[in-house]
Ligand binder design. Structure first.
Ligand SMILES: [Zn+2]
Length: 474
């Protein structure tokens, strides 16, 4: 063996590939890495991971790579490998092409977020962006996105009005024909439109997700086949002993645009929480196929606008001034009354308890941040969401699964994403410490692999520096 590097690899795929040497880097190889299984929490030290053409093609304890190859080999001794993270509730096409593509997308990648579910951007913009990302022209995460919002009221470029069942069916048809991934519904969808959406979506074989509308109960939404519920919408009311009565009062208040009355009812909803009713509901949800994306980090951010430390958040340097204007704490504080803020704080705390109880009952969860809403930082806040899930009773493994294994399962893309295993897309995050010891270790990023391309810590820092420069310019 006149070789400079000897590593054993017991993999037929690699052995077959040996017959045809090519120019250019052929494989990206990590040696001595500890692989964390997001399937079962297994920890496998000293693994060699081989990546070719954007896929994980080999993983073995010992292997062989001959010297004739033009390989990139990274000794990842002491590092922990997890699959790329998914943020299952984002708005990545909301502000401007520059902010989106040169700020939000690098922030995702620098934070190890290699997939996002966009919950409300312009689908045309997202569709063309997906093509550019998939072809390697634009660096960004894999994009899954819905059609325009389906909502009551008036249509606009972002929204299709669904004020009656006919409009609702047509809207589902439009979303399906456009090739968008799912139907997204908002809170003010009328009752009969909602059931028309559910029926048409089932007929057209497209999923519908979003808020549980005011006029619908969580039970009804789950029974109608809503595939995910965002922000725990409808749950506090569904757990109230006076659910039906309070719902009709809420609908009246909303119809009269009496938001003070609506907010007061919210307090009553929380005060009439019925433990045994809640337990029965959670069991029913756990037995169905409706997933929860609680976006706790978003609820917490909304409830903390009086926190004076907001202005000194070091991540603000990545937020363009145009957006920072929208995030102005003074302006945000003026937009809510002290009573509203107090109720937001109670609700935020109750949501943590709710997630705990629902999770204990076996309800399925995914991690989502709802960035870039105020103080929900794209990329960074997904890690905060994982920490909130742990604060809500998840083990670190369960929290990690909420951003890896579960999204892959939910999207029926388990053959591509969600685990660091042979045959999967090479979206990987290398960490300096074990995330199963402490979920905050997902922030200690040593490197990120996106579709087989490696970004070292230095490359990620450069990416962040460029975002900071750009954000400062605007
Ligand atoms: Zn959202």
């Amino acid at each position: 063996m006149r070789a400079s590097l000897i590593v054993w690899l017991c993999l037929s795929t690699l052995l077959r590939a040996e017959s045809k040497p090519k120019n250019g880097p052929e494989a990206l190889i990590f040696t001595n890495v500890t692989v964390v299984s997001t399937r079962n929490g297994g920890i496998e030290p000293n693994v060699t991971v081989v990546i070719k053409k954007g896929q994980i093609t080999g993983m073995a304890k010992v292997g062989f790579v001959d010297e004739g190859r033009n390989n990139t080999i990274i000794n990842a001794h002491g590092k922990f490998m997890i699959p790329g993270l998914w943020d299952m509730h984002v708005h990545s096409a909301f502000i401007s092409p520059v902010w989106d593509e040169k700020v939000i997308y690098p922030l995702y990648i620098a934070n190890g977020v290699t997939g996002v579910r966009d919950m409300g951007g312009n689908p045309e913009v997202l569709a063309s962006r997906r093509i550019r990302i998939d072809s390697g022209q634009l660096l960004g995460p894999h994009l899954i996105f819905g059609g325009p919002f389906l909502a009551g009221g008036k249509s606009d470029p972002q929204t299709i009005a669904v004020n009656n069942p006919e409009e609702a069916r047509r809207a589902v048809d439009t979303v399906k024909r456009q090739g968008d991934d799912f139907v997204k519904i908002l809170s003010n969808v009328p009752r009969d439109s909602y059931f028309a959406i559910a029926d048409e979506a089932a007929k057209q074989n497209i999923s519908f997700v979003g808020h549980v509308p005011y006029a619908i109960s969580v039970r009804e939404a789950a029974a109608a086949g809503q595939k995910s519920i965002e922000h725990l919408t409808g749950f506090m009311l569904a757990c109230s002993s006076r659910e039906d009565e309070l719902r009709s009062q809420e609908l009246t208040a909303l119809a009269n645009h009496d938001y003070a009355a609506y907010q007061k009812l919210g307090t009553e909803v929380m005060a009439t929480y019925d433990q045994s009713k809640a337990n029965a509901l959670f069991l029913q949800i756990a037995q169905g196929n409706t997933w929860q994306v609680p976006t706790l980090v978003w609820t917490q951010a909304n409830s903390r606008i009086d926190d004076s430390s907001l202005e000194s958040d070091p991540r603000l340097k990545y937020v363009p001034s145009l957006v920072r204007k929208e995030w102005d704490p003074v302006k945000l504080r003026q937009s809510v009354s002290p009573e509203e803020l107090a109720s937001l704080k109670t609700e935020a705390a109750r949501h943590v308890e709710l997630v705990n109880a629902m999770h204990s009952a076996g309800v399925q969860f995914m991690a989502g941040s709802d960035g870039p809403d105020p103080y929900v930082f794209p990329g960074f806040s997904l890690h905060e969401e994982l920490e909130w899930l742990v604060k809500s009773g998840f083990t670190p493994l369960q929290a990690l699964q909420a951003a890896t294994f579960n999204p892959a399962l939910f999207l029926t893309k388990g053959d591509k994403y969600g685990v660091a295993e042979i045959g999967r897309v090479a979206d990987l995050v290398l960490l300096d410490a074990n995330p199963l010891d402490d979920i905050r270790n997902t922030r200690k990023i040593f490197g990120v692999v996106v579709g087989g391309k490696y970004y070292s810590r230095a490359a990620l820092d450069k990416m962040l520096q460029q975002v900071e420069t750009l954000a400062g310019q605007q």
